[in-house]
Design a protein around this ligand. Structure first.
Ligand code: SAH
Length: 467
């Protein structure tokens, strides 16, 4: 981190502003909004700028910069187009340890002014460390359009009742839960609808009637196949509410990073035949944490109900009457197929799709093979990499053509995605020379041929279809 974001209280503090043109005017407006007392020095000063400075209790001085002007100033902004002067100002400030900002010269700055989304008292500051102000501004416009203008009023309401809530809930966790409920619920909606007085009445009633939450809750969250952008809004929202996060190997580290910074993270493993915590242990952990009153997020790769044992995890929660929510996720079949350019169904090639598990038990896979050999059906095998030879052999033995196309998608949707295409007859040999690692998804069916035209964004030589 090159710069630490800090929010500075400037009310009544003397700030030196050098420069008298348009850029200085913009900085003067910003400083005035923050309540600073501006001491302006420039050879020429726009009348509008001089008026603004005067209006806010500051003073303007026509003339040159000299180091005596740095006595008793809290912050210095150099907004001149005189580069040697900017450099001199910067050096003088650095020597005296006075924070200095030189417009458009990040190298001369000890502080930089971020792009701001102002929903006072909520303020969002965005910075690219001076490297790409355009990127910072783009991010600002995104936030501007997605945060309701009335967010600030919601902040004011919260601040009005802060002490009352503190008095009601001695425990800091209880307070946090109370505010999380309130700032996302009907009271917030009232503020957004402009009915602040009603919101205020509702909030005092809520505080009077509220009791500390005792029971915990579990969120069984489908985190998608890998690319963090494939999480749902709901998944993200609940993940950020959680006090504790249980995750396994299939969940991308970037996704785990999206939890609250103070949330506890627990790795519960799950690698083929190497479970860090066995399934029963995970089920029990969920119950134990929830009983301690915690909000527990159980992050699962893909969708929790597709080969995710999600059903087992919530069965016990239901028996224990622990509240839970299940958040669906994009399953590996959907994610890998899209990112590999293979539509799972297509009017000309496949009218149905089946998801099956290719997990080996005693070196065999117990599947209804005769149902998986139809020409116009796509079959997707999860957990099928180890059993690949058995899968290819059995499909052919039961009557599927040896020329049927098959795709292996390793770490689909991630930056490490690798796709290998072949036929039922050739695939085992192909990956003997070009190994593929878990997690890998297998897609069998004529739809795989479409990849040639649809996977326009991938490096061609990863796949050499000999179909
Ligand atoms: N609940 C998950 C599946 C868990 S089973 C879901 O809905 O996606 C684990 C298997 O899913 C892996 O063996 C692999 O076959 C497949 N899988 C999961 N993520 C994958 C990915 N990013 N790329 C390829 N296969 C993946």
């Amino acid at each position: 981190m090159e710069f630490l974001p800090l929010f500075t209280q400037l009310h009544g503090k003397p700030c030196l502003l050098l420069g008298g043109g348009q850029v200085a005017l913009r900085k003067a407006r910003l400083l005035s909004r923050a309540g600073a007392v501006i001491q302006l020095v420039a050879k020429e000063i726009l009348p509008e700028l001089a008026a603004l400075v005067k209006e806010n209790g500051g003073n303007s001085q026509l003339g040159e910069f000299d180091e005596s002007q740095l006595e008793h100033v809290f912050l210095v902004i150099a907004a001149t187009d005189d580069e040697p002067l900017n450099k001199r100002v910067s050096e003088a400030c650095h020597q005296r340890l006075i924070p200095v900002n030189v417009v458009d010269s990040p190298d001369l700055c000890s502080v930089i002014l971020p792009a701001i989304v102002d929903r006072s008292p909520l303020i969002i500051a965005i910075s690219s460390g001076g490297r790409s102000p355009v990127l910072a501004r783009m991010m600002r416009s995104r936030l501007e359009s997605s945060i309701p203008a009335s967010f600030g009023r919601l902040g004011n309401l919260a601040s009005k009742f802060r002490d009352a809530v503190k008095a009601k809930f001695a425990d800091i966790e209880d307070r946090r839960h109370f505010w999380e409920r309130t700032l996302q619920g009907p009271i917030a909606e009232m503020v957004f609808a402009g009915k602040d007085t009603v919101a205020e009445q509702m909030l005092s009633k809520e505080i009077a009637e509220a009791s500390p939450e005792t029971g915990g809750e579990v969120y069984l969250i489908g985190a998608g196949p890998g690319d963090p952008d494939l999480m749902t809004f709901k998944a993200l929202r609940l993940l950020q509410k959680a006090d504790i996060v249980l995750y396994d190997r299939l969940v991308a580290p970037e996704i785990v990073e999206m939890c609250r910074k103070d949330a506890e993270r627990v790795f519960v493993g799950k690698q083929r035949s190497n479970h860090a915590v066995p399934q029963e242990g995970i089920n029990q952990l969920l119950i134990d944490y929830a009983k301690q009153g915690k909000k527990v997020a159980r992050l699962k790769g893909g969708d929790p109900f597709i080969f995710g044992r999600g059903g087992e995890e919530i069965e016990q929660l239901a028996q224990e009457h622990i509240p839970f929510q299940v958040v669906p996720g994009i399953t590996a079949a959907a994610g890998c197929a899209s990112y590999a350019g293979i539509p799972l169904t297509h009017r000309d090639y496949a009218q149905s799709v089946r998801f099956v598990t290719g997990h080996l038990k005693d070196n065999s896979i117990n599947l209804p093979w005769s149902e998986l050999i139809h020409d116009h059906q796509t079959t997707v095998f999860y957990m099928g990499l180890v059993g690949l030879p058995v899968i290819c052999e059995q499909l052919i033995a039961h009557g599927r053509s040896p020329d049927t196309p098959i795709a292996l998608i390793q770490q689909g949707t991630t930056v490490n995605q690798k796709v290998v295409v072949g036929t039922l007859a050739t695939m085992v040999e192909r990956i003997a020379n070009d190994p593929v690692q878990a997690p890998t998804l297998i897609i069998v069916g004529d739809v795989v041929k479409l990849r040639e035209t649809l996977a326009w964004y991938e490096v061609r030589d990863l796949a050499e279809p000999d179909l």
